[in-house]
Design a binder for this molecule. Structure first.
Ligand code: ATR
Length: 268
């Protein structure tokens, strides 16, 4: 029987998830349909209940419902608990289970770009939901140090307070963007832009003193001054499309028990 999946959000028209999951299904021979579901802003829970009552197998959750999905679940994966957000839903023994595949999507995207995360040092710029979702999976992948630089320092400090105890082998530290500008020898293997600056067309100025081997922009499909600066320095970089595909593959594997190869769906 054809398995039914959907991505739920508001807005939802732009979502690439159906085309990705249909491509994975074709590659792996899974029989599925994957739809876009526009939920009213006050109707998320009802839409989820109706989808599963109709026999739906799994759902992806996108903006602005990831926190509501987190609150709705009967059980959560460890990484979803730490992220405080859910992007993947399914049912098990009548219970609604929530997971978060965004961070593993980033880990797999970085690896697909040829990066070794074991003992790596990473600078993440931004301390919002996108950053919260990726710290634990990066630490699980062996990253030794993560510095979080944020415009509002207190937000980065709060994030570290919440998460450090869950990642004892990864040293987290917080700094403000101003401190980053004045850091004389800031050196990292990877720098990740997890701010929404490129989404709103804002410029993110990287200090001259900052050195790195690879730049990853979590956003995709938008002009990014962050990527422009990596290019100007002659450094390798990638945008968030590979993370998008990576999180979709992780959800597909949870639901269908078979894992498509990320490299078959991105160009690196
Ligand atoms: P998301 O869920 O995508 O992480 P968010 O929780 O709204 O979205 O967080 C947005 C992040 O981008 C924050 O770290 C924000 O910095 P503040 O905490 O200081 O607000 C950062 N951000 C947004 N626009 C920015 C800009 N123009 N320059 C620097 N940081 C910016």
């Amino acid at each position: 029987m054809t398995k039914q999946f959907a991505v739920i959000g508001n807005p939802i028209e732009h979502s690439r998830s159906p085309e990705l999951h249909h491509a994975f299904a074709e590659k792996t021979g899974v029989d599925l349909q994957y739809a876009k579901l526009l939920a009213p802003l006050d109707g998320f829970e009802q839409a989820v209940q109706a989808f599963f009552a109709d026999g739906g197998v799994g759902m992806n959750v996108t903006v602005p419902f990831k926190e509501q999905a987190f609150a709705l679940c009967d059980a959560l994966s460890e990484r979803a608990k730490i992220a405080k957000a859910v992007n993947t839903l399914y049912r098990q023994n009548g219970k609604l289970i929530g997971d978060n595949t965004d961070g593993q999507g980033l880990v797999d995207a970085l690896k697909a770009n040829g990066l070794d995360l074991n003992q790596a040092t990473i600078l993440i710029i931004g301390a919002g939901g996108a950053t919260r979702g990726v710290i634990y999976p990066l630490a699980q992948a062996g990253v030794a140090k993560i510095s979080i630089a944020n415009r509002t320092l207190a937000r980065a400090e709060q994030l570290i307070n919440d998460i450090q105890a869950h990642v004892p082998n990864c040293e987290l530290s917080a700094l403000s963007l101003d401190q980053l500008q004045n850091e004389a020898n800031a050196q990292f293997d990877i720098v990740i832009n997890a701010t929404s600056a490129s989404l709103s067309g804002d410029t993110l100025q990287l200090p001259e003193s900052l050195t790195f081997n690879f730049a990853y922009e979590m956003a995709y499909g938008k002009a990014s001054t962050f990527i422009d600066q990596a290019i100007a320095r002659g450094m390798p970089y990638a945008d968030g499309y590979s993370m998008l595909v990576g999180q979709a593959i992780e959800a597909f594997a949870i639901w269908n028990g078979v894992r498509p190869e990320l490299k078959d769906f991105i160009s690196v």
